[in-house]
Design a protein around this ligand. Structure first.
Ligand SMILES: Cc1ncc(COP(=O)(O)O)c(C=O)c1O
Length: 408
């Protein structure tokens, strides 16, 4: 089948020896990988370096663990430089969920205090907000933001949801179900004026945007290094620039407790923290191979191509428009609307993901927002136009059949 997409396919990236970029990773060649955004993928050299550090840990455990906090501190300084933050404001945490839990566990609030979240929030982080509000004897208020809202509209809706008893706003920098940017700078500034704490969930941001905290004065920002920055899993940052940082403690109470923020996060008892130590190697791998700016430009062009191609492949079969206006799109993550009947709830979207991988060996993210299902595509340096052409050839017809089955 030929598609009439006018967006040009970018030339695939290669390694220094001219071989395909995918050789820099160890992803299986029997599956199609179009979902970097959910769990990331770790470059081969970084896996080797992490394995070497684990071997070192197991050769001399006492030596390893006594020197570990200092090594974590050094990695933290490097990582802070790489994402454009100050090491004095940057702590390492295992993942974005853990970073949110640090905030939920640490922020003090009056009885009855409220938390404002958005309906684009990551479900598990929102559940944490709900548990926290229950503990405070308060409630969660959900700001409902239309998918295609402009940044100015989104800002207005979020602030309108706040009341005099709102203690905390939790909002995504890049939303998970809808792959859009939220106006975090504007919300943080307005919240500050009203004395409300802001937690910005930037889980997807490191690697996708350079210096993401420039001009952003939120109380806490969290970001996963194991997504687009390609670090080994279990590596994330928690950035806290204001006074609130003095109240933040790691989830695991350990010997670092008497130290100030962020040093107290450098000691976490007996844990394998090789993911922290090797996170800088992942940044270095992309920089050495292509340079982050070029890699991001490639990922953006590929996302443009993939989005147009797949929306058109659906349209050829359904006669409908499958393109989606998300108000403030992201460079390397896009939405394409699924045919009616598919992914209409979070559980249904996850079931679709599981079925696609089980029956077709296609790794894909499906999301749900406001009762509509979406294919959320991600691009990274190892992806090529042919990955998405393959998706359009094989998965689009299959999804249309599955949608028809739901109507029978
Ligand atoms: C916006 C957002 N927050 C939090 C998370 C959770 O990340 P983790 O599982 O690494 O804690 C995700 C994962 O996709 C996410 O998209």
């Amino acid at each position: 089948m030929t598609h009439r997409v006018t967006t040009a396919a970018p030339t695939a990236l290669t390694l220094a020896d001219g071989s395909p970029a995918a050789g820099g990773w160890t992803l299986s060649t029997t599956a199609l990988h179009t979902n970097h955004g959910s769990f990331g993928a770790v470059p081969r050299v970084v896996q080797e370096r992490q394995n070497a550090l684990r071997a070192e840990m197991d050769r001399d455990p006492v030596d390893w663990f006594s020197a570990l906090p200092a090594k974590v501190g050094a990695a933290r300084e490097t990582i802070a430089r790489l994402i454009g933050t100050s090491p004095q404001h940057t702590a390492l945490v295992p993942n974005a969920s853990g970073g949110a839990s640090v905030v939920y566990n640490s922020v003090a609030a009056a009885t009855g205090a409220e938390i404002v979240v958005t309906d684009h929030g990551y479900g598990a982080v929102t559940m944490g907000a709900e548990r926290t509000a229950r503990r405070w004897g308060g409630r969660v208020i959900t700001a409902r933001i239309p998918l295609d809202a402009t940044p100015a509209q989104a800002h207005e809706i979020i602030m309108a949801a706040c009341t005099d008893t709102t203690r905390l706003i939790v909002l995504d920098h890049i939303t998970s179900p809808t792959a859009r940017l939220l106006p975090v700078r504007e919300v943080a500034a307005s919240a500050r004026d009203r004395g409300i704490v802001t937690l910005v969930d930037g889980a997807h941001v490191p690697g996708l945007y350079d210096a993401p905290l420039d001009g952003l004065e939120c109380d806490v920002w969290i970001g996963n290094l194991h997504k687009f920055a390609c670090a080994p899993r279990g590596a994330a940052v928690l950035v806290a620039q204001g006074e609130l940082r003095h109240e933040l403690f790691p989830l695991i109470d350990s010997w670092g407790s008497p130290h100030p923020f962020p040093e107290r996060f450098d000691t976490q008892g007996t844990l394998d923290l090789t993911s922290y130590l090797t996170a800088p190697d992942s940044f270095a791998f992309i920089e050495e191979q292509w340079g982050w700016d070029s890699a991001r430009a490639y990922m953006t062009r590929l996302a443009d191509y993939a989005e147009a191609l797949i929306a058109e492949a659906f349209a050829e079969r359904t006669g409908e428009d499958h393109r989606v206006d998300v108000g403030a799109p992201v460079n390397a993550m896009r939405l394409v609307r699924l045919p009616a009947g598919l992914g209409e709830s979070h559980a249904a979207a996850d079931a679709l993901r599981d079925r696609a991988v089980r029956e077709h060996r296609i790794e894909a993210a499906f999301t749900s927002f406001d009762g509509v299902g979406y294919y959320r595509l991600s691009t990274h340096a190892y992806n090529t136009a042919s990955d998405f052409e393959d998706f359009a050839e094989r998965m689009v017809p299959t999804l249309c059949e599955w949608a028809a089955d739901t109507r029978r």
